[in-house]
Design a protein around this ligand. Structure first.
Ligand SMILES: Cc1ncc(COP(=O)(O)O)c(C=O)c1O
Length: 379
């Protein structure tokens, strides 16, 4: 069998349909979208069309979307600019956020621009709602930033419930939806949320392009200064082909979403069942049940001396997955997520993340490889 890619939460393969949509904007349509001549007008029109396409899928106004270089930039912009532009004095977030939020929150706190509060979590990484409400009651001028689904665990939170709580206490609400955008639908006309971050390479779009949604009532000023691109909200000549590719990838994902949710969810479930049946002592981190992100399965393998090199042994078998361990032994850098939730955990954690190009045969092949690695069958 050729190599197996079970690392779709890290990035996804570019969809050939997306590539085809991008090619004209890498070849014949090269005008600078800020130029007033016909070359520029043509590419400007493509960008605004892409923005309208994305806005239609999210049920928001096109002007509420700013294209960025990806999820990291969008996350950084929300925290830095909400403090600077919207009078935010308290940021309430969690220790299992992606580093793009977690490290930015630490930085904002260190600079004395806002106080940072870390909400308590349950054993799956979901926020403790009573503690969140306590924090919201105690601190006005707050911004809550909690990711929709955790990239390491697959635990997914209830945006409606958290957003409603934020509204009740007059707090702004941001969610990093990098792992869930285009994997679920979002109706921003009703969802009580002020900011969302997204990144195209997580849904079969190109790398280096994403967007920040900001509700009209919570408009930020630019973090990157220079030209007047993106209606003065993000300077720099636009990533034209990237923007066109992002919109195309969003469209495809929404068109085929029900089928992807069903098929990819079934693969994850199959992997869970097969691992439980074949590898004694496996367990699953975070929430791996029906409400979890259907693309991610975080597995803890028993500490029996063979798990230490697991990620590498899987790679040798041609299987790409990702690590994440509370300990920082070997060359595996410890995961802040696992350290926060499972400080006493032993064994190795492997994240398998699935996409629409994966198959049941690949799951079977991986389970068989794991049985060889754990010497449950003759090699
Ligand atoms: C939850 C989450 N947020 C943010 C990012 C960063 O996105 P980007 O790679 O587009 O900068 C990632 C990427 O791994 C992610 O999983």
């Amino acid at each position: 069998m050729s190599r197996i890619y079970f690392d779709n939460a890290a990035t996804t393969q570019l969809d050939p349909e997306v590539f085809d949509a991008m090619v004209p904007y890498l070849k014949e349509h090269y005008g600078n979208p800020s130029s007033i001549h016909s070359f520029g007008r043509q590419t400007r029109a493509a960008i605004e069309k892409a923005r309208r396409q994305v806005a239609t899928l999210l049920n928001c106004a096109p002007g509420e979307l700013v294209f960025t270089s990806g999820g990291t930039e969008a996350d950084n912009m929300v925290l830095h600019c909400a403090v600077r532009d919207l009078g935010v004095k308290h940021i309430i977030t969690s220790p299992v956020e992606h580093h793009a939020i977690e490290l930015t929150a630490h930085e904002v706190g260190k600079l004395g621009q806002a106080q940072i509060h870390w909400v308590k979590l349950d054993e799956c990484g979901r926020p403790d709602m009573a503690h969140l409400e306590e924090l919201l009651k105690a601190h006005s001028n707050a911004l809550v930033s909690l990711m929709h689904a955790n990239n390491e665990l697959g635990t997914r939170i209830d945006l409606q419930a958290i957003g409603s709580l934020c509204r009740k206490h007059g707090a702004l609400f941001h969610s990093d939806t990098v792992q869930t955008m285009a994997h679920y639908t979002f109706d921003l006309s009703v969802l009580p949320i002020d900011f969302l971050s997204a990144s195209a390479h997580k849904f079969h779009g190109p790398k280096g392009i994403g967007f920040l949604y900001m509700r009209n009532s919570a408009t930020l000023k630019p973090m990157i200064l220079g030209g007047s691109q993106e209606r003065n909200m993000r300077a720099g000549t636009e990533n034209l082909a990237g923007i066109v590719g992002l919109a195309k990838a969003m469209e495809i994902a929404h068109r085929d979403m029900a089928e992807h949710q069903r098929d990819i969810g079934a693969l994850k479930e199959h992997m869970k069942k097969r691992l439980t049946a074949e590898i004694p002592g496996v367990s699953f981190n975070g929430d791996s049940g029906p409400n979890s992100l259907y693309t991610v399965l975080s597995v803890n393998f028993p500490d029996d001396g063979k798990s230490e090199m697991l990620l590498y042994n899987l790679d040798i078998e041609g299987i790409a997955s990702s690590g994440g361990s509370a300990c920082s032994s070997g060359s595996n850098k410890g995961s802040h997520v696992m350290a926060a939730l499972y400080p006493d955990q032993t064994g190795a954690n492997i994240r398998f993340s699935f996409g629409r190009f994966n198959t049941k045969e690949e799951v079977e092949h991986t389970v068989a490889a794991l049985k060889r690695i754990f010497q449950l069958v003759a090699a």
